[in-house]
Design a protein around this ligand. Structure first.
Ligand code: GH3
Ligand code: MG
Ligand code: MG
Length: 305
């Protein structure tokens, strides 16, 4: 065990360390003699379980083996430790538990790496300002929803939402106020949607919402509800009220899968249709929601005023 990279020690029933390897001294940051002198496990290695639920104590009291994967602690050598703890009871010939063998693996470096990995992963899919999914990730999710819908035959809807005359907000109140309005509207949209819905930032002041398992009626209810909410919400920045309205375009999808169907192409077409409906809403005077299914002709985009 001396050559093991993991630290191990043997504790007696009073939780005193009586045997250990070099890795244990390194983990504690104490010399061989100092470890023996200090003795108490909890003094050498303070874990979140110390002192009552200290591993040695748990094993000695229960007489059972122990495995704990996420324990935090600290020692003289390491102010912050993430460790995996394992241990087995040591019994005498009469079967009485007289101590425990405890192994400790220091996984601090791996935990830190994993944390960084998740942070990076989040950064790559989340828009920094609004904390919504970014465009690329939202498009990927749309494709997934599209494929599921083609398989199970259930309808879903896509909404495109754009803040009206947002340039004016920036011009009148400044870019910071614009940023504030953007993140407020984004949070409102997220709040209005269900957990199973997908909300993303699609462009500067444009948002995409995917409503799985929703048909045209559902999309209409959602978009109108959100439009009214945006209109009636009072947004203040540095004491000044900034009136905000939004325009929305919706489209619903329902189609059975057929050989040769191109889900990616269908997703793009769906976005274009939602966009067309949005432009109709803008051309019709803004602060309204428009459904692609209700458009006359359905294919041409009107001139935006
Ligand atoms: P419409 O009603 O037709 O949508 O008019 P609009 O002014 O909202 O649209 P337009 O596309 O002319 O202007 C969008 C503005 O959004 C221009 C751009 O500076 C601003 N914008 C885009 N991204 C951001 C951002 O992250 N922060 C801020 N503050 N402004 C942004
Ligand atoms: Mg706009
Ligand atoms: Mg826009």
């Amino acid at each position: 065990m001396e050559i093991f990279l993991d630290a191990y020690c043997i504790v007696d029933v009073t939780n005193h360390v009586v045997e250990f390897n070099v890795a244990f001294t390194e983990l504690c940051g104490e010399s061989y003699r100092k470890v023996l002198k200090i003795g108490d496990f909890c003094e050498l290695l303070r874990t979140e379980l110390c002192p009552q639920q200290c591993p040695g104590r748990q094993i000695v009291t229960s007489g059972k083996t122990l495995r704990l994967d996420e324990v935090t602690g600290s020692s003289k050598a390491y102010p912050q430790l993430q460790i995996i703890l394992g241990g087995v009871p040591i019994n005498n010939e009469g079967g009485k538990c007289i101590g425990a063998l405890v192994t400790i693996r220091n996984v601090s470096a791996e935990s830190e790496l994993q944390k960084k990995y998740y942070e990076r992963k989040e950064e790559s899919v989340i828009d920094g300002l609004t904390r919504l999914y970014n465009k690329v990730y939202a498009e990927g999710l749309l494709l997934r929803v599209m494929k599921t819908s083609l398989r199970d035959g259930q309808s879903f809807s896509v909404l495109m939402c754009d803040i009206d005359h947002f340039k004016k907000v920036n011009d009148t109140h400044g870019h910071q106020a614009g940023d504030y309005v953007l993140s407020t509207v984004a949070q409102m949209l997220k709040g209005e949607a269900r957990d199973s819905d997908i909300v993303g930032r699609f462009g500067g002041e444009e948002f995409l919402v995917i409503l799985p398992k929703s048909d045209t009626a559902g999309a209409k209810i959602f978009s109108e509800r959100f439009r009214k909410r945006a209109e009636s919400t009072q947004i203040f920045f540095e004491g000044k009220r900034i009136p905000v309205t939004v325009s929305l375009g919706t489209v619903s999808f329902r189609s059975a899968w057929e050989p040769g169907i191109d889900a990616e192409q269908l997703s793009k077409e769906l976005i274009n249709k939602a966009d067309t409906a949005l432009y109709f809403a803008k051309a019709n005077g803004r602060n309204q929601s428009c459904q692609f299914e209700d458009l006359p002709g359905k294919t041409t985009t009107p001139e935006k005023k």
